[in-house]
Design a protein around this ligand. Sequence first.
Ligand code: MRU
Length: 338
Amino acid sequence: MEAIRWKDGVLSLLDQTRLPAEERWLDYTDYREVAGAIRTMVVRGAPAIGVTAAYAMVLAAREGADRADFAAFMAGARDALAASRPTAVNLFWALDRMARCWEKAGADVLRLEQEALAIHREDVEMNRAMGAFGAAVVPPGARILTHCNAGALATGGYGTALGVIRAAHAQGKVSMVYADETRPLLQGARLTAYELAADRIPVTLICDDMAGALMAQGKVDLVVVGCDRMASNGDFANKIGTYSLAVLARHHGIPFYTALPSSTIDLSLPDGSGIPVEQRGAEEVRRFAGTATGPEGIPVWNPSFDVTPHQLLTGIITERGVLYPPFPQSLKEGPSKT
Ligand code: MRU
C-alpha cells in the first residue's frame, strides 16, 4: 500500500479524506495546491508530509527555474509549505534538506528531483529497519494496541508503528492488533483498520474510550504508536489521545513504545513544552461526514496532538535500533551495542 506517487513530474496523492469508502488519487503540478492538500489532510502522517513537501519543492523549482528571482521564489514556496501544518517536524526537516540542495545546485530541477526521490526511498528504508528492530521487542502471540495511523499511508511506505507490527506479523508473533478509532478524524478506523485488513493482519477496531477496559481485562501486551515530533529528552507529540494511552499503559504495567525515523527528532527542543501543537477547526468535532455530532455553535477544543512525557515510554524504536532510558543520553549516543 502507498499514498504518494511521483511519475513524469506529476505528484499523485491518495486522498485519505475519502478512505476507506473510495480510493481516489489526485494529481498535483502546483506546489500551492500541494500545501492545500497537506492542510486539508488529503495526505497526512509526519513522514508522508515530509516526502510530499519535498516533491512540492520540485514542482516549485520547475515553475520558477527561468525566473531571475529563483531563490526568492523558492523561499516563498518553502514558506507556503511550512505554513501548512505546524507539529510534524518532518515537514521542516524535508524543506530544509531541499533548501540546502537548491541553495547549492541552483535551478537544477533534475538534481532536486533526485533529492526528493532519495528522501522518499530513505523513508521506506528507515521504516523497514525500524520494523526489524521493533519486531524483536514484540512477544510471541502479542496483542498490540495502536493509535491513529502510523502505517504505509502515513509515510513513504511500510509505516513506523505499523511497520513494527508488519514485521512482527511476518514473524508469526501477532495474534491481534487493536486499533483505536482516533476521534475526531478517525484515522484509526478509516486508515489503520483498512491498511491492516488489506494485509490480512488480524485487527479489531475499538472506540478510543475502550482502551482502559481492554487493558484492565489483560487483553493488551504492548502498545506501539507513531510520533510527529520528539524533543531531545524523549518527550514526544503524537495524535491526541496518545498521552492518555501512555498513562493507561503505565497503570496496567504494559510496555509502551513509539517508533520514529531520525527525521522526526527535533534536537533544537530540550523538552516537549516547546512542541507547537496544531489546533484544528471546531467543525471537525461538531460534525462528521456532514452529520451533526454536537449542537451547532457549541464551543469546541480540538488540539490535533498531545505531548507524552518521556518517563512514560518503555523504549523508542528507531532505524538504528531500540533506545532505552535514560532517553536524553540514548537519543544522543544511539542504541547500546550490548
Ligand atoms: O493528524 P495526522 O493524521 O497527520 O496525525 C498522524 C499521527 O499522529 C501519526 O501517528 C504520526 O504522524 C506518525 S506517522 C508515521
